[in-house]
Structure formats: C-alpha cells, structure tokens
Design a protein around this ligand. Structure first.
Ligand code: GLU
Length: 416
C-alpha cells in the first residue's frame, strides 16, 4: 500500500476531512488550506575554520486570526519547507484546541546541529534572527524551541532581536532560560500536558494506570520528561524507550533517573545495563498500555499500524501518525490522543511565559502546573465530547474543535 508521506499533504488531507464534516464554506476551506505568509532566507555563517557556510532557513506564519503566530524552530538536516508548512498548520490547530489566543507558525534551518561547535551554533542562531527579526515580535510572531533547539538558542536569539530593535522585549521568544524571563515549568511542559491528557483518557476508558506499561519512542525533551512524570505522577511502569540510535526494553521497568544518566554519559539510551537492545520499529509494536511516539513525523504508517498493540497512543511528537494509519488504529480500537491535544502543554506554558513577560511578574511553578492542568483537562473533554457527538476518532474531533474556532475568528475579522 503506497502512502503520500509529505507532511503538508497530510496536514491538508486532515483539514479536508474536517471541512467536509463541518460543511465548511468552500472559500474558508480554501483559505485555511494554505499558509498566510512564508519566509525563505539564506543565512551566511562564519565557521570556526574561517570559511563561510550558507544555510537555508524558513519561517511560516500559517494563520494569525486568533492571535500572533506561535510555534517552534527546528534545526534538522532533513528539514523541508513542506515539513515547516505542516508543522505551522498543526500549531494553528493546536493553539485553537487548547483555546489560547495565538495563531500558528513554525520555522526551521536545514543543518545538522550535532556537527556544529557552540560558537558556530550561536552565529547560526543569531544569523537566523537577523533574517526574520522584522517579521517577529510579541504582537506578530513568537518562536520557541522544538527538535534540536533549546533555551540557550532562545537566549541568543532574544538577545540578537533586542539588539536589532533597540529595546527589551523578552516576549519575542519563549522557552528562554529562567534568568532571562523564561517561565517556571516550561522545561517539562510538553510532557506534563501529555500526562494530564493520558490521565483523563484512562479515566474515560476505565483503565487503571498504576503499574500499567508504557513504551516511549524518542528521548528528547518530550520523551525523557514523559518517562519520569509517568512514573512519578501516574505510577506507570515504563518498560521501553528509544532514541535515534535505537531502543531498550526491560519488562520489569526502566528507572528514568538511571536511563537519563546513561544517555548523558554515553550519548544514547542503547546498551543500558540490564536491558535488551531493540529497534525503534520493534518498540512501537510492543504489547503495552500506553505508547508515546515522541520523536518525529510518520513513524506509525499503513505499514506498521496493524501491528500496534497499545491501548492508548499518546502523541508527544508532531505528526507521528499518517491518515491511513489513523484509520487502521481506530478500527483496531487503539485510542489515539492526537498531537494537537496531547503535546499542547509546551505551547500552553509558552503562552504563560508571554503573559508573564508582558506584565513583568513571574509565577510560582505550582501556579503554572495548576493552570496547565486546567487548560489540558478542558481541551481533553472538548475533544472527547466532540468525538462522541460526531462519532469520529479523536484526531478528527480535535480538528473539528480547532477548525471551527479558527474559522470563526477569520469570519469575524471579515477576511472570508
Ligand atoms: N515546539 C513546540 C510545539 O510543537 C512548542 C511551541 C511553542 O512553545 O511555541 O508545540
């Protein structure tokens, strides 16, 4: 079975399905199918050896009807404009699902950050900001971390922006380090939001999560924090985890602190003492209660969807499941917690960060956790009730909730 794996074609197909069910006005549908604005630029960077290397960068402001564009920056060797378009579209639906007053955007640079020195990475980050600064700002478009970017990169970019505009404006970017106006609780926010959604899903499904098993694909910011929080907050036993080099499994459970230490020392989770090495593909097909795809797009496809044995798939990654795989999972009774709902905790705390930056007054971490939980829980039930009312899977339900909210804002502005 051949499948179109272009992420933007997938994002458009998902929207098309929702538009049909919503009986969306065709002009509105046509407008929401395309990004409102996109920027392509060339970033010259002085390398440590004295040569200049040329990098390609993108920023897509998909839709800002509900508020300034919002979304991360990804540094990845396989970045393409269509991936960025898809991720920007998904941010638009994500901010609408959790009902925060923001639009959707995304950016990226084609580069392999693992091959760059810290000084090269700094010059690349500052170079990116110089290319896009005039189109960013807390009332225009606000970037954040994503795959292979981090608080340190956000700090360089914020500094570069402030130097260019000549005033302080920490809210131009989120996911900053705490001393520069970052929010308490932003570091584990994506995973913590996913924990709230997993908890509510288990309630409606009548599943007891204490002692239940979990496999996590991807061990970056989202996956590694999901490991410790699933243990600490839900009593889940994580039996398998993986990163780009491969996975490990131990049916008796993997201690998160020990695995994190091992990865910090060796660069990977593989060869963890007391566990067996497995492939990423094998990890996805393990018999577990919760599967958490937490890496990149298109890992659950028509090829392997029928072999997924998890009861719940908690999507901490963006776009891990293709539309064909979605159909197969739904038929097989796998309860999918779609990305726009399950991983929205990150952007929700980014929004809290923008609010705190705007009034220069910072919240205690308990307040962040409480407000995050409220937002996630409300979003879960908005999607759950929509799925029940329309008899559709959770992905389609999340689209119905989000597209309706974005379309309302577009209509009220008089754009369509
Ligand atoms: N990169 C994260 C996401 O995909 C966070 C975006 C943000 O905080 O703006 O949701």
């Amino acid at each position: 079975m051949s499948e179109n794996l272009n992420p933007f074609a997938i994002a458009q197909a998902q929207l098309d399905e929702a538009a049909t069910i919503l009986q969306l006005d065709p002009d509105m549908h046509a407008f929401l199918r395309e990004p409102m604005r996109e920027f392509h630029f060339t970033i010259p960077v002085k390398m440590d050896d004295g040569r200049t290397r040329i990098f390609r960068g993108f920023r897509v402001q998909y839709n800002d009807a509900r508020g300034p564009a919002k979304g991360g920056l990804r540094f990845h060797w396989e970045e393409t404009i269509d991936t960025v378009r898809a991720l920007a579209a998904w941010m638009t639906w994500k901010t609408a699902v959790v009902d925060i007053p923001l639009g959707g955007g995304k950016g990226g640079i084609i580069c392999d950050p693992r091959e760059l020195s810290q000084t090269e990475l700094e010059r690349l980050s500052r170079g990116y900001m110089r290319c896009i600064a005039r189109s960013l700002g807390l009332a225009k478009d606000v970037p954040a971390p994503d795959v292979y970017t981090n608080p340190r990169i956000m700090a360089w970019m914020m500094d570069e922006y402030e130097m260019l505009v000549g005033h302080q404006e920490p809210g131009v970017i989120t996911g900053k380090p705490l001393p520069l106006g970052g929010s308490a609780g932003r570091d584990d926010a994506t995973a913590r939001g996913g924990i709230c959604i997993t908890r509510e899903a288990a309630k409606v499904l009548g599943i007891n999560l204490v002692g239940a098993t979990c496999a996590i694909q991807g061990y970056g910011n989202a996956g590694s924090f999901y490991h410790s929080l699933a243990e600490d907050l839900l009593g889940i036993k994580v039996i398998a985890v993986s990163d780009s080099r491969g996975g490990i499994v131990n049916k008796n459970g993997l201690d998160s602190a020990a695995v994190k230490k091992h990865k910090a020392e060796t660069g990977s989770v593989i060869d963890f003492p007391g566990a067996d090495n497995i492939t990423n593909g094998e990890l996805l097909e393990l018999e577990v209660t919760v599967l958490a795809p937490s890496a990149l797009e298109n890992v659950i496809t028509a090829r392997n969807a029928a072999n997924i044995k998890a009861k719940i798939s908690a999507e901490l990654a963006n776009g891990p499941t293709t539309p064909k795989a979605d159909e197969i999972l739904y038929e097989n009774g796998v309860y999918v917690l779609p990305d726009s709902l399950c991983n929205a905790g990150g952007v929700t705390v980014s929004y809290f960060e923008m609010v705190q930056n705007a009034y220069q007054y910072y919240w205690h971490v308990d307040m962040v956790h409480e407000r995050l939980d409220q937002k996630m829980t409300k979003a879960f039930y908005d999607v759950h009730h929509m799925a029940q009312a329309k008899n559709v899977n959770n992905r389609v339900a999340a689209y119905l909730v989000a597209v309706d909210r974005v379309a309302q804002a577009v209509r009220l502005r008089g754009w369509v």
